[in-house]
Design a protein around this ligand. Structure first.
Ligand code: BES
Ligand code: MN
Ligand code: ZN
Length: 500
């Protein structure tokens, strides 16, 4: 699908479909007004008949509108004008794309980027529109048998975004490229999450990272079990020892900033399947534990997005990846593991494995002298209980870093919520037999998990995103969301803008 920018005229546009907006007050957008005039008040009539109420999300496809050059006119409800902000704008864009996708239109022109959205410049509006469009069109059909599509349905081939003013075209084109770059990263994160766990193994993730580095010319290294042993990663290796799949430790280096600029390091949890291990999980919905590598997927997705943008920043991505399986050789409750930091850990529950693989990665990244480290993990069911599926949990040892991430989440419409990590919670991890236990009991489960990680992140500014509730959807709409790639990408873009 090709995107392009132009200054269009809604009534004169020669394409298969033009998309125009209408508010709930029945006020027409500028583009809708042009069509209404050209068609002798058809839109006003349609509204009067009660076929289009302008509610946010509502759509109505009109065919062969007299006086209008285009074959179809898609009306999209925008909701209340006074409430029309980024979120509502993206919602309207998604609704329009879903309606389009059901039609036979192949060349389309959207006038939605001409709508005023608070004080947003054309660049931002077009970036949002492009990303939301591609996100709404995402389908995961890699694994299904290929169907023969009916010839009448071509799918969208050309997507033209109209802007109002000539001096907006260049900025809009920049926004379009940003939106495409982000969408390709989000798409990769969704794909990797959605792939079945017998395909998306640690070896597969490592191959994907190597392929990405090949395509975008950045360095990728994969450490094998022997090297991990030499590094002393007893905690990570302890988790992996019950699986037939070999563990991998992936290091990606996107070094496009100044030579002496300290890197931002992203660390992603890459459990390609979490059975719970010997502390076996109950059977219902266990298939969803294929998504336990979504932290890793978000790091890969973010790397794809920033590489596609050519972002001028030093960023290092680290992914410890393995399976968590029950087996004759698997780690048992009561076992004590020695982490790379030297700290010993009593494994009281083998299902609290994410923190066990992350802690060694957090020690490993000290060598990069990072300006900040952000780990991303589907870490605790408790985080889902606390925040549901709307916000990721954010924990940090540095309030300025936390603010940056919160702001990035707001801007990217991929929100996080700042959770407490006071020292008061630390004693919950006390162990009679090792330096710490790997669980802190049922109370404040997402906080004690973060407290555990904080013990390995003392040498740098660090934040932890618990994405257990946001990385995928369950039920009828089961599928990866690609979150928090938008948040992470925005965080890195904002850092690069500040430095350059
Ligand atoms: N991957 C899970 C967390 C999870 C569970 C994410 C359900 C999304 C949905 C993690 O490895 C885990 O099992 N955590 C345990 C920790 C507990 C044993 C302290 C949990 O949350 O139950
Ligand atoms: Mn687990
Ligand atoms: Zn897990």
């Amino acid at each position: 699908m090709e995107f392009s920018i132009k200054i269009g005229h809604a009534a004169k546009e020669l394409s298969d479909c033009v998309i125009v907006g209408i508010y709930e007050s029945h006020k027409l957008s500028d583009a809708a007004q042009l069509i209404d005039h050209a068609s002798n008040g058809l839109i006003a009539k349609v509204i009067k008949r009660g076929d289009m109420d302008g509610k946010l999300d509502a759509t109505l496809m009109l065919h062969h509108v007299t006086g209008v050059a285009c074959e179809r006119v898609l009306l999209v409800g925008l909701g209340k004008e006074e409430d029309f902000a980024e979120k509502q704008y993206c919602k309207a864009v998604r609704a329009s794309v879903k309606a389009l996708d059901k039609s036979g239109a192949s060349n389309v022109t959207s006038f939605l980027a001409e709508l005023p959205v608070r004080e947003l410049a054309a660049r931002r509006k077009v970036a949002y529109l492009t990303e939301a469009t591609l996100d709404a069109l995402y389908k995961f059909d890699a694994i299904k048998r290929k169907e023969v599509k009916p010839v009448s349905k071509k799918g969208i081939a050309n997507f033209i975004i109209s802007v109002a003013l000539p001096n907006e075209v260049q900025q809009a084109e920049a926004g379009m490229l940003e939106g495409q770059a982000l969408a390709t990263g989000v798409g990769l994160a969704k794909d990797l999450g959605n792939l079945p766990p017998n395909v998306c193994t640690p070896t597969y993730l490592a191959a994907q990272a190597l392929a990405l580095g090949e395509t975008y010319h950045f360095n990728v290294e994969v450490l094998e079990r022997d090297e991990l042993k030499k590094l002393g990663m007893g905690s990570f290796l302890g988790v992996s020892q019950g699986s037939e799949e070999p563990p991998k430790f992936i290091i990606m280096q996107h070094l496009k900033g100044k030579k002496d600029q300290k890197p931002v390091v992203l660390v992603g949890k890459g459990i390609t399947f979490d059975t719970g291990g010997i502390s076996l999980k109950p059977g219902s919905e266990m298939d969803e534990m294929k998504y336990d590598m979504c932290g890793a997927a978000s790091v890969l997705g973010t790397f794809k997005a920033i590489a596609a943008m050519g972002l001028a920043l030093n960023v290092i991505g680290v992914i410890p990846t393995c399976e968590n399986m029950p087996d004759g050789r698997a780690v048992r409750p009561g076992d004590v593991l020695t982490s790379m930091s030297g700290l010993t850990i009593e494994v009281l529950n083998t299902d609290a494995e994410g923190r066990l693989i992350l802690c060694d990665a957090l020690t490993y990244v000290e060598r990069f002298e990072p300006s900040a480290v952000v780990d991303i993990a589907t870490l605790t069911g408790a985080c889902v209980i606390a925040l549901g599926h709307h916000a990721s949990g954010l924990f940090s040892n540095n309030d300025a870093l936390a603010s940056e991430l919160l702001q990035a989440g707001e801007t990217a419409l991929d929100r996080a919520w700042h959770m407490p990590m006071w020292d008061d919670y630390q004693p919950l991890l006390d162990s009679n037999f090792a330096d710490m236990a790997n669980i802190g009991g049922r109370a404040a489960g997402s906080i004690t998990a973060a407290c555990f990680l904080s013990r390995f992140a003392k040498k740098y500014d660090w934040a932890h995103l618990d994405i257990a509730g946001t990385a995928w959807k369950s039920g009828k709409e089961k599928g990866g969301t690609g979150r928090p790639v938008p948040l992470l990408t925005e965080f890195l873009v904002a850092r690069a803008n500040k430095l350059n």
